[in-house]
Design a binder for this molecule. Structure first.
Ligand code: C2E
Ligand code: MG
Ligand code: MG
Ligand code: MG
Length: 287
């Protein structure tokens, strides 16, 4: 095998790709090494209130600094991670690094709202998730009210994962904020959502992308925002890229937005500087 096989493998891997079990075993082995060598790190993207610009949350997004292939995004390795026993170990690393970041911002009195962590379905099912949160909270001194867990709606709908709802319910009872990620891409309806132990919904960026060009999408998003408000469910609108999207959304209510227009995901140093200037701008505005 030439070295380049590996490059192709990680760069072009997609979740619906068929790979044989040998190949899968090799990829798993490589991921295991990566965990041991601490090659995973987080980038952070802010969520801000659309009216006040106040920071309501910071989403942690995992990256793999591969020794030879450069930085890899989650799309190229998470599908494999999900199929292996590595989902819990990687999830632990993500939770630990995310809460470590939050504790540093707290110590510097930077207001980050809540630190948002994406939960992998397999980590939820693994049985270690609550312990992982509890140990990271204790280790870093971060309270549950400063944490958001982002979950996909499939986590509630998949019957093979029926214990997931209980785990999330317990996390919710601890005081961790639970948000449904990518809302609108699956099957969950808002009436279903009202029965789930969740505090918020993230409207998928495919909706945001179409609010200016598809009148029906705009109506759906508008109603979603109003319904969520009546149900006391928070909204984060994902993938806001342009001023005109921002302006249109702003007419729909009071909620949070996230996207390249506000800021791209960035490494810890940069987001810490971003938070510092965001806080300075806000207090200047209030003065
Ligand atoms: P997500 O949770 O919906 O995260 C948002 C994704 O959209 C991120 O991609 C982010 O970089 C991207 N994004 C943010 N703003 C914009 C925008 O304005 N326009 C566009 N086009 N994209 C935007 P990323 O980091 O590649 O993550 C992809 C997905 O991988 C995430 O989707 C999440 O489902 C998963 N993921 C990322 N980090 C983790 C993690 O630590 N653990 C787990 N289990 N899943 C993760
Ligand atoms: Mg997310
Ligand atoms: Mg999302
Ligand atoms: Mg997504």
């Amino acid at each position: 095998r030439s070295k380049d096989d590996g490059k192709d493998r990680w760069s072009y891997f997609t979740s619906d790709m068929k790979i044989d079990s040998d190949e899968e075993a090799r990829m798993e082995q490589e991921l295991r090494h990566a965990l041991r060598r601490d090659e995973f790190f987080l980038v952070f993207q802010p969520q801000v209130n659309i009216r006040t610009q106040q920071v309501t949350g910071i989403e942690a997004l995992v990256r793999w600094q591969h020794p030879t292939r450069g930085m890899l995004g989650p799309g190229s390795f998470l599908p494999i991670v999900e199929k292996t026993s590595l989902a819990a170990p990687l999830g632990q690393v993500v939770i630990d690094k995310a809460l470590e970041a939050a504790s540093i911002w707290q110590a510097s009195q930077l207001d980050f709202g809540r630190i948002a962590v994406n939960l992998s379905p397999s980590h939820l099912t693994s049985g270690t998730l609550l312990d992982d949160f509890n140990s990271a909270m204790a280790k870093h001194g971060v309270l549950p009210e400063f944490i958001t867990a982002e979950v996909l709606e499939s986590v509630f709908l998949d019957s093979e994962r029926s214990n997931n709802s209980e785990v999330l319910e317990e996390l919710h009872n601890l005081g961790v904020h639970i948000e449904l990620d990518d809302f609108g891409t699956g099957y969950a309806s808002l009436s279903h959502v009202a029965d789930l132990p969740i505090n918020g919904l993230k409207i998928d960026r495919s909706f945001t992308a179409q609010i200016l060009t598809d009148a029906k999408k705009e109506i759906v998003v508008n109603h979603l925002i109003h319904l969520a408000r009546s149900l006391d469910i928070d909204i984060v609108c994902e993938g806001v890229e342009t001023d005109s999207q921002f302006d249109r959304l702003r007419m729909m209510g009071n909620f949070s937005v996230q996207g390249y227009l506000i800021a791209r995901p960035m490494p810890f140093e940069n987001i810490s500087n971003w938070l510092t200037s965001a806080q300075a701008d806000l207090s200047f505005g209030l003065a």
